[in-house]
Design a protein around this ligand. Structure first.
Ligand code: B12
Length: 213
């Protein structure tokens, strides 16, 4: 079996103790970092999400897989710095919307965006309206991204946008939204430019904004 497959399987199984050695092995075998991320780690997380959806895996399994991916990325990220793959492409401010504590998906989006060369300012979870506004003023991002997993708190999106409009910042940024219950239709309702159903899709859309793809 290939090392890529081993990393994939270890991620699906949430084997966070084994993952570091496997990633080191892959790097030693000169497997491109991009392949480790896309063909092993991200692919595995998509599979984990699907298995969770069908009831084959439970929440603790998913948390272990996320931990495994995080461990692997902790090793990979410093190696990515300065490589061709990550010439700085733009800045993204991202946060989970007010009232929502979910961050696994947001963190995956961050990882994928960073791997594509974006500087990402992570505002964390349960982010207040004013915190987004303050971060836009401070960091002048190209993109402001909202993550939301709860239908109840996604209802706060219009208020997030209004706060940005009231600060006269709406025209200065491209907005993005995502999270399990979010759809393209939802994004369109609030004239949010970017929607993607997953982290790789998000990174692809972010690249389009800065004209790199
Ligand atoms: C893990 C989990 C939790 C964990 C969160 C841990 C953490 N650190 O995030 C804990 C246990 C804390 C939790 C709490 C709660 N949860 Co919860 N949780 C989940 C669960 C099982 C998985 C979510 C997840 O991580 N998915 C995996 C990631 C990889 O997927 P994702 O988040 O969708 O992200 C991907 C895409 O959506 C996209 N994406 C994400 N963000 C963004 C942003 C942008 C800009 C873009 C472009 C794309 C993008 O890319 C990501 C990667 O591919 C879901 C079930 C589900 N099917 O979603 C319920 C779920 C979201 N939770 C739910 C509920 C109800 C709750 C609680 C209210 C439970 C309670 N009664 O206390 C609390 C809410 C607390 C709060 N105020 O937020 C409901 C929400 C129902 C709804 N539609 O509103 C769900 C759907 C479960 C269910 N079927 O009832 N939860």
């Amino acid at each position: 079996m290939s090392t890529i497959q081993d990393i994939h399987d270890a991620t699906v199984k949430g084997n966070y103790k084994e993952i570091m050695d496997l990633v080191k092995k892959a790097v030693g075998e000169k497997i491109p970092l991009e392949s480790i991320i896309n063909k092993a780690l991200s692919k595995a997380m998509i599979e984990v999400g699907d298995k969770f959806g069908t009831g084959e895996l439970y929440m603790p399994d998913m948390l272990l897989s996320a931990k495994a991916m995080k461990e692997a990325m902790n090793y990979i990220k410093p190696l990515l710095k300065g490589s061709e793959y990550v010439a700085e492409k733009g800045t993204i401010v991202i946060g989970t919307v007010k009232g929502d504590l979910h961050d696994i998906g947001k963190n995956l989006v961050i990882t994928m965006a960073e791997c594509q060369g974006f500087k990402v300012i992570d505002l964390g979870i349960d982010v207040d309206y004013g915190t987004f506004v303050k971060a836009i003023k401070e960091h002048s991002p190209d993109i402001v991204a909202f993550s939301g997993l709860l239908t109840t708190t996604l209802a706060n999106i219009p208020d997030h946008i209004k706060a940005i409009e009231d600060a006269d910042l709406r025209k200065k940024v491209v907005l993005a939204v995502g999270g399990a219950p979010v759809t393209r239709h939802f994004a369109d309702m609030y004239s949010i430019e970017i929607y993607a159903p997953d982290a790789s899709g998000a990174a692809k859309e972010f690249l389009k904004v800065v004209g790199k793809k």
